[in-house]
Design a protein around this ligand. Sequence first.
Ligand code: FES
Length: 80
Amino acid sequence: MSVSIQFLPDGVTVDAEVGEPLLQVAERAGVTIPTGCLMGSCHACEVEVSGQEDPICACITAVPPGQSQLTINLYVDPTW
Ligand code: FES
């Protein structure tokens, strides 16, 4: 099943497969998610996913099943 994924704030939408790593999806969309450790511990890659309360680490997250659409918010903060 493919999932339509929209990246904010850029508003780019790409199709992805369930189980595909988010970083890979972002790369295909031409969106850069900042990363550091790639192991889920530095939180440099945190993004907000629609339907989830807490930000997740993109480097250890794959496209979840059960949804045909997903919004990923990079919430880029230029003052950070
Ligand atoms: S890159 Fe460090 S938590 Fe994802």
